[in-house]
Write a protein that binds this ligand. Structure first.
Ligand code: GTB
Length: 220
């Protein structure tokens, strides 16, 4: 049986690969596991059928062989645990790769989400312009430490792992902001992730969904 994941029929990111199904697609591609995608609308997310898969009414979800999961971290950990290619064999190295997945989701992603929310959801608030520099500083503070740890290394530990897949996925959200460019080693790290053939296949697959489900613009 092929696993099934959910993804937006029309992603609000317009195919930039920022919705969280992309990281799941990337994990599948890294381990050469084919998968199916059930496309959902925002209204589908509120249906009881979807809420039974994810009580928070979000994508991505995962279903296979009697197991259903939500949370991109849990889904990628499950894929990585059950295939070769995303976690080292050595028990300590394996745990450190998992630690980096948690670090990406718990120590780095929250400030980036705050920044995205401040820019997108709160831009019309009278206090927005005052708040943004504070939020950017929190992102910068995390990136400074991550950048110092990474140094000149290619990946967070010795070899590419699910930890890098998650960290690159999280950092990608900053690409258009310019903040990443303040840390050339992190910008290069993200570019290394994007250059992986598996990432490219994942990116192209989600873009194809957006392209084929966008209303045709027939303005002359
Ligand atoms: N913690 C969960 C996980 O990691 O799986 C978070 C899942 C999540 O935030 N899902 C979002 C969702 O379903 C889509 S990815 N939102 C619908 C809702 O909550 O009603 C987040 C996302 C959305 C849009 C952009 N964008 O436009 O750039 C980027 C990322």
């Amino acid at each position: 049986m092929r696993p099934i994941i959910t993804a937006f029929k029309q992603s609000p990111d317009r195919g930039r690969g920022l919705a969280r199904d992309t990281r799941i697609r990337w994990a599948f591609e890294e381990v050469n596991q084919s998968y199916d995608v059930r496309l959902v609308t925002f209204s589908d997310l509120k249906d009881s059928a979807h809420l039974a898969l994810n009580p928070f009414g979000q994508i991505p979800t995962y279903e296979n062989e009697g197991l259903s999961l939500f949370e991109s971290g849990a889904i990628i950990l499950h894929i990585a645990e059950n295939h070769i290619g995303l976690l080292p064999k050595d028990a300590n190295a394996r745990m450190r790769a998992i630690m980096w997945m948690f670090a990406a989701l718990n120590s780095v992603e929250p400030s980036i989400l705050e920044f995205a929310n401040a820019k997108i959801l709160e831009s019309d608030k009278p206090w927005s312009q005052e708040r943004i520099p504070l939020v950017v500083d929190r992102v910068r503070s995390r990136l400074e430490k991550l950048s110092a740890h990474l140094g000149h290394a290619d990946w967070l530990e010795n070899e590419f792992s699910a930890g890098d897949l998650m960290m690159v996925s999280v950092l990608l959200r900053l690409k258009s902001s310019g903040i990443l460019d303040e840390f050339p080693n992190l910008a290069a790290y993200v570019a290394r992730g994007e250059a992986r053939p598996a990432y490219k296949r994942a990116f192209d697959a989600q873009l194809a969904v957006f392209t084929s489900n966008s209303p045709v613009d027939d303005r002359k």
